[in-house]
Design a protein around this ligand. Sequence first.
Ligand code: G
Ligand code: G
Ligand code: MN
Ligand code: NA
Length: 253
Amino acid sequence: IHMASRIRAALDEGSFQLYAQPIASAGDRTRIHHYEVLVRMLDNNGKRILPGAFIPAAERYGLMQQIDSWIVRELFQNQGTAVAASGLTFALNLSADALGDSLFQRQFFGLLAESAIPPQRLGMEITETAMINQMDSASQFVSDLRAMGCTVALDDFGNGLSSFNYLKNFAIDYIKIDGSFVRQVDSNFVDLMIVESINQVAHRLKAQTIAEFVEDQATAEKLQTIGVDLVQGYHIGRPRPLQEVLEEASLSE
Ligand code: G
Ligand code: G
Ligand code: MN
Ligand code: NA
């Protein structure tokens, strides 16, 4: 109850902050391909709270959709001009609740139509659990998004119970290989086989792969050898305030 009321207060006061983490080409890790948008909650004393501490509560109390709505408004409306001017591409996480809700879907497309950001500069990251829980409405939303030019990534792939089942039913652009398989891909044979297999399936389905939680150079080089397309993690860059990323992009023009 305590966390739920802190989230409600943060929603009332707009006390969230957008962060962005770079995703690079595995072959040339100085080349940033796009950024994942991540949310942080600011407590009433200004302290930053990580999603791990508030997202489970937000899900339990049905507040996740309101958080996602806030994020979409902030990115498309308030930061829309700066995002468009940056020329950068961003991927945002959508929760199961948002994904399956027709009101959210309409709001999303409305804000997208009004925003300066070309749909091609936007991607959505969804987890398989989000998809499984909201199969019919979510799958329509996903295909509408792709028809508009947005890309769709399947997040945390391999971490759930039915990852491959999802691939039978939906076309997607990216598969994000769950960090639990990536961390030790350099030293653990089973992890190596799993990453290779996911990579092969993805490519046969004309999707690109993104490895998460790439924390050192040896892992990055191994992933490049395997043929993974894109890499994300502390070795590439930590999440930084979106504002900072946008300012940097405008300075380097
Ligand atoms: O940023 P961090 O690593 O703490 O994120 C932890 C989890 O919270 C990740 O699974 C991430 O996808 C999720 N998350 C972060 N930002 C958002 C967001 O804006 N919307 C949703 N639905 N999930 C998010
Ligand atoms: O579930 P999702 O993939 O959306 O979550 C991304 C989360 O993972 C973010 O909260 C981000 O801060 C975290 N993260 C990203 N890269 C790394 C990494 O290399 N190591 C660790 N420990 N966390 C990471
Ligand atoms: Mn994600
Ligand atoms: Na992920």
